[in-house]
Design a protein around this ligand. Structure first.
Ligand code: ATP
Length: 372
């Protein structure tokens, strides 16, 4: 988008000289307070709204140079409440665009069935009508329908705003998975900054009057908000939230304090100087914490073990998850597990603190290199 302005006939300037280079095969989120011009911006991309000034290029071509129908076919469009056709079955809703493109009924329906599966919808829902689905299911149908003709671009306008937080999280996770699998170029509008940070490869923060406040990857927004508007919009706990972008893979795990419930007396004695021991079952899954002197070989009282909090998976989870595990643990040590839930070590709050400082230093160095 090159210096795009939209002035509505009544004089309202909804978007003001907006320039954005939207990356290919990534999720770009437009976020900002109500009325800041997000929807107007999105609709200018598929020409539901025409800019007053400036130009929009798609793969280097001015979008005004191709017929509007051709343009829209290359762009799936998903809106809040899904906007499904109420008198058509779910399968036929999803098959709408392929049918418009002249596919046979059979081929269009086969494609629709495939997409229902891709967005996590039970095939048994295919014959139902939209009113017979939950809000979250309808939203999935909306995504499937937008993907049906395999458009390279997806435009999504607050698609998950009308569902409860748990369903919303599921839809967000699904979108990230679909994006990874299909590599679509997605432009996603939301007023929810947490959603923007979770989904965005890059996030454009707009301020009222349709002006761009900052356009950056989420980790950079959190570490270096451009001004007080962006900082206020990001809200509290910026530092903690930023830890989600730091991997936990490099944490120094200690295995010494991990002992199986059937450990013999000799093994327990060798661990007697530790502050805390993490007791696991015979398979290596954590059971709880104990002070070493409370443990006697062969007769561990499981009820007297302290809860071990929320374990994290090194390499998969972030430093935020590791810190959370340590903060929730009564011993101040976080428990690390593998993908199957077997304990692979423990790590102290202090070690996590050191890893956080090191990650900050590395990020600052990278930012310096990029700036230089
Ligand atoms: N057809 C129109 N005619 C006049 N003004 C309009 C029109 N459509 C939108 N506006 C105004 O343009 C501004 C931007 O609206 P837009 O819907 O793009 O904002 P938004 O950021 O998507 O808002 P929200 O988060 O509340 O949906 C608002 O002040 C709105 O009132």
């Amino acid at each position: 988008m090159d210096s795009v302005t939209k002035r509505y006939p009544d004089g309202t300037v909804a978007v003001d000289r907006l320039s954005l280079e939207i990356p290919d095969r990534a999720i770009t989120v437009l976020v900002g307070p109500s009325g800041c011009g997000k929807t107007t911006t999105l609709r200018m991309i598929n020409r539901m709204v025409e800019p007053s000034e400036g130009s929009i290029l798609l793969d280097g071509q001015d979008i005004r140079r191709q017929p509007v129908n051709t343009l829209r076919r290359s762009m799936g469009y998903v809106i809040q409440n899904a906007g499904l056709f109420q008198h058509r079955t779910i399968l036929d809703n999803v098959a709408t665009v392929p049918r418009l493109l002249g596919w046979s009924k059979q081929k269009a329906r086969a494609r629709a069935a495939e997409l229902m599966e891709r967005v996590g919808l039970d095939p048994a829902l295919a014959k139902r009508y939209p009113y017979q689905l939950s809000g979250g299911q309808q939203q999935r149908v909306g995504v499937a329908r937008a993907l049906a003709a395999d458009p390279p671009v997806l435009l999504m306008d607050e698609p998950f705003s009308a569902v409860d937080p748990i369903v919303r999280k599921g839809l967000q996770d699904e979108l990230l998975r679909i994006q990874q699998e299909l590599g679509k170029t997605i432009v996603f509008v939301t007023h929810d900054i947490d959603e923007a940070i979770k989904l965005g490869t890059k996030v454009a923060v707009l301020r009222t009057g349709g002006r761009l406040a900052q356009f950056a990857p989420p980790a950079e927004l959190l570490s270096a908000p451009a001004d007080s508007f962006v900082e206020d919009f990001l809200g509290a706990d910026r530092g903690i939230r930023r830890l989600s972008f730091f991997p936990s893979a490099g944490l120094r795990l200690e295995t010494g304090p991990v002992v199986p419930i059937d450990a013999d007396a000799e093994r327990l004695a060798s661990r007697a100087t530790a502050d805390w021991l993490l007791v696991t079952d015979a398979d290596g899954r954590p059971l709880g914490w104990s002070e070493p002197e409370r443990l006697t070989a062969g007769s561990v009282d499981r009820d007297r073990l302290l809860p071990y909090g929320r374990p994290f998976v090194p390499g998969t989870d972030s430093l935020r998850a590791a810190l959370d595990g340590a903060v929730l643990s009564p011993t101040g040590w976080a428990v690390a597990v593998d993908g199957e839930g077997h304990a692979v070590g423990v790590v102290s709050q202090q070690a996590i603190g050191e890893a956080i400082r090191a990650a900050h230093d590395r990020a600052a160095e990278r930012a310096e290199v990029n700036a230089g």
